[in-house]
Design a protein around this ligand. Structure first.
Ligand code: C2E
Ligand code: CA
Ligand code: CA
Ligand code: CA
Length: 278
């Protein structure tokens, strides 16, 4: 039994080592990934449940590593945040998303607002406004076609300064969405003073929306959004039951696998391009 216990620790140590080695490797490779063009965006539709029309999209980052394949943002975003690489990467993504949106609009495939996720580092850098303005100008895109998704922790971090940056960004027409709403610790008492257009109901609630206590939370998030004149989007929607429930409580914009997984720009083209008649 003693030696088995010792063995268990050795396995644990080896796992830790593997984990550390992979992390260090990713950290080293991340620095080259941007210049090597290894990042790409995938797009997930936000749909109106009544009409089934796509009313928006969220851009999500992917890293196509030369030997390890496509890596999840859940793994590389924290590393990018620690190393500061998140700033040039997000700068690139903002330009890429605006360029892509302009292209889709020019081809008349769709005319929707596309959102980009923001790390708290973007607000600390004090360069977000310039990056957003540059991305819009380069693409020739109006500000209301771009949305920034921020989490409650960003909203609560150095509140005064963050609010000021968001106010300036909204003067460009850019929209602001509060992501994963209900999972953080933001004070409801100041939500009315936040420059926010949309609340996104976290997928953890949607996943458990058959449970009555979760239904109560969802209903209240929707009510808060309505009362503050904000829009509300449910994320992680996978089933018809979830859609029926959300609609019954007044949430009509849905994002989730039921409507579509995140797709590459090419896949979006295939799905949304309607060949001219005849
Ligand atoms: P998030 O912003 O909450 O994005 C939603 C995540 O849920 C995405 O995972 C999406 O693919 C996934 N998802 C969407 N619908 C469903 C569904 O119906 N069921 C399930 N099970 N999952 C669904 P993804 O793409 O792996 O991204 C994970 C997280 O990584 C994001 O969570 C976001 O926090 C972060 N992230 C992604 N791209 C970026 C980025 O460009 N910048 C920053 N700072 N963070 C990003
Ligand atoms: Ca998001
Ligand atoms: Ca989310
Ligand atoms: Ca999340």
């Amino acid at each position: 039994a003693k030696s088995a216990g010792k063995n268990r620790f050795r396995v644990f140590d080896e796992e830790m080592d593997r984990h550390m080695i992979r992390k260090m490797e990713l950290e080293k490779d991340l620095r080259k990934a941007l210049v090597h063009g290894e990042f790409f965006a995938v797009y997930q539709p936000k749909c109106d449940a009544a009409s089934n029309r796509t009313v928006g999209m969220e851009a999500l980052l992917r890293w196509n590593h030369p030997t390890l394949g496509v890596i999840s943002p859940l793994e590389f975003i924290p590393i990018a945040e620690d190393t500061g690489m998140i700033i040039p990467i997000t700068h690139w993504l903002l330009k890429e998303v605006c360029r892509q949106n302009r292209l889709w609009q020019d081809r008349q495939w769709m005319q929707v607002c596309i959102s980009v996720n923001m790390s708290v580092r973007m607000f600390e850098s004090q360069s977000l406004y310039d990056m957003v303005e540059e991305a819009l100008t380069l693409a020739g895109l109006e500000g209301h076609y771009l949305e920034l998704e921020i989490t409650e922790s960003i909203a609560m971090h150095d509140t005064e300064d963050t609010v000021e940056q968001l106010r300036r960004l909204r003067l460009l027409g850019v929209r602001v969405s509060l992501d994963d709403f209900g999972t953080g610790y933001s004070s409801l008492g100041s939500l009315d003073e936040m420059p926010v257009d949309t609340l996104k109901i976290d997928q953890a609630f949607v996943r458990k929306s058959q449970i009555s206590s979760k239904q109560a939370i969802i209903s209240n998030i929707i009510a808060i959004a309505k009362n503050l004149n904000m829009e509300v989007v449910a994320e992680g929607v996978e089933t018809e039951e979830q859609i029926r429930f959300l609609q019954s409580r007044g949430c009509h914009v849905m994002q989730g696998y039921y409507y579509g997984k995140p797709m590459t720009a090419d896949e979006i083209g295939t799905r949304y391009h309607k060949a001219p008649a005849g």
